[in-house]
Design a binder for this molecule. Structure first.
Ligand code: PNW
Length: 475
């Protein structure tokens, strides 16, 4: 029976959310004591972002948050995931907090609560204070301790009103796109530094979780959001399977190993072949990283398809969808080939495959038995344009959301404990190295007037949120 003919209903307590991050939406980069983060520096470096775009204004959420919250409430969303800008709260990454920075988030949270929307805070969505990068950034061990201090400050300030907390968003991107391929801030291309960054992000997560727990009421929950990859291989050939396992270690195990199991994958040193120096992993670190968690956030967009380099084949162009760079975000795995999976693609060139989300959720149901899961990001970029009457129709995005939410529902039927879904993104915003070219929003933003217009997908999703059942994909 085609999916559109069967009813897809969700448990009553299921959270219907949308997600954003501070640098992508706030703007107001020099207001109320905020200083530069690595993304301010990076986006103002010629050649780093499409069109030289930056988050200087972004969608001006810092000044328009009341309207944005009212819009979410009007649509019927029940949860909102956002991130706190570290340099707004602690401009140099050290020392006392800036009260005006914290006040912005307190006003935002109070407004959400007044509208019956559950706030979920992410502490780190990639905007490291530039001063900490100047002191060495994530490859430097001290950065993890600075993060714990920042986590304590925000936990103390907002722990009385926000229950859902996430330490890091997608540490893979911070480590391997930021320090490996260099397509994200700070734009460094040093494989060994990327692996050190990964470890110190893990350590930051563990120290941050401890700091949050000591600063907040015990009822609050602490989680992490991983962009865990679904890694597929072109064949069942042992060489291809081995290539797939290496990428799985570098994409997933390098983070969930320490965080969920207290150990790096035994095969990781093989995955990273020429990188042999692990002296940055100190005694006791793995126990620190291995903190009890209350939930796990999974961000999913598209699966990866890999093979071993065949003895005859040449490597050809990279097709791993991580942006153009001569440097790999997979340290030590240059002999693994990435292929473009078949089928339809979004505007990012990412193939559309809802079965990957089901697979991912089932994998973490096995990897972390009993741990509640949230899909903390899922969505698609399309080339949306308003019709002459000003309406924005995005049937492809509705189809994408229908497919992926149906996959979540199947996973729940198969025994997974998925408590909620956060659509990426609430509204069009600064898509990192792609600037404003890629629109992920359910709400359209006119970048001249900054006016917000809900796309048809926003109305579709709002209906799902209000009824607990997916409307047909046809809208
Ligand atoms: C995530 N990759 O970024 C982020 O959490 C969001 O801020 C972002 O806007 C969204 O997904 C869409 O890109 C990613 O190369 C960036 O694999 C790059 C990759 C994955 C996620």
């Amino acid at each position: 029976m085609p999916v559109s003919e069967s009813r897809v209903t969700f448990p009553p307590a299921f959270l219907w959310g949308a997600a954003t991050s501070a640098y992508q939406i706030e703007g107001a980069v020099r207001e109320d004591g905020r200083t530069a983060s690595i993304w301010d520096t990076f986006s103002h470096t010629p050649g780093r972002t499409a069109g030289g775009d930056s988050g200087d204004i972004a969608v001006d959420h810092y000044h328009r948050y009341r309207d944005d919250v009212a819009l979410m409430a009007e649509l019927g969303l029940t949860a909102y995931r956002f991130s706190v800008s570290w340099p707004r709260v602690q401009p140099t990454g050290r020392g006392p907090a800036v009260q005006r920075g914290l006040d912005f988030y307190r006003r935002l949270v109070d407004d959400l609560l007044a509208h019956g929307i559950r706030p979920a805070i992410t502490l780190y969505h990639w905007d490291l204070p530039q001063e900490l990068e100047d002191a060495g950034g994530w490859p430097q061990r001290d950065t993890a301790f600075r993060f714990a201090e920042y986590a304590r400050i925000v936990g103390e300030a907002l722990g009385d009103r926000v229950e859902q907390w996430t330490t890091l968003n997608e540490p893979w991107c911070s480590a391997f796109l930021g320090y490996g391929s260099g397509v994200h801030a700070p734009g460094r291309t040093d494989a060994a530094a990327a692996l050190r960054a990964a470890h110190h992000l893990n350590l930051a997560h563990g120290l941050g979780a401890v700091a949050l727990r000591s600063a907040m009421p015990a009822r609050n929950t602490v989680a992490v959001s991983l962009n865990s990859s679904v890694v597929r291989t072109v064949s069942q050939d042992p060489a291809d399977l081995a290539a797939g396992r290496r990428i799985d270690d570098l994409a997933n195990g390098v983070f969930h190993g320490p965080m969920l199991h207290g150990a790096y994958p035994e095969t990781l040193p093989t995955a990273t072949s020429e990188i042999t120096d692990w002296s940055h992993v100190q005694d006791g670190d793995l126990a620190t990283i291995h903190q009890p968690l209350d939930a796990l956030g999974l961000n999913y967009y598209t699966p990866a398809l890999v093979s071993a380099v065949s003895e005859t084949g040449s490597s050809g162009p990279r097709a791993d969808g991580h942006g153009a760079s001569a440097y790999s975000p997979w340290p030590g795995a240059d002999d693994v080939l990435f292929h473009q999976p078949p089928g339809q693609k979004t505007e990012m060139g990412w193939s559309i495959d809802p079965t990957g989300l089901h697979e991912l959720i089932m994998r973490y149901t096995r990897e972390a038995p009993g741990l509640p899961l949230y899909v903390t990001e899922n969505g698609a970029a399309y080339d949306d344009k308003p019709d002459p009457d000003g309406q924005v129709h995005d049937p492809e995005r509705i189809a994408y959301l229908h497919g992926h939410l149906s996959a979540v529902r199947r996973a729940i039927t198969d025994g997974a404990d998925v408590r909620g879904y956060y659509l990426w993104s609430l509204m069009d915003n600064f898509e990192w190295a792609y600037g404003y070219e890629k629109r992920f929003g359910a709400v359209y933003v006119d970048y001249t007037t900054l006016a917000r217009t809900p796309k048809s997908s926003a109305h579709w999703y709002g209906r799902a949120a209000r009824t607990g059942e997916l409307p047909p994909a046809e809208g």
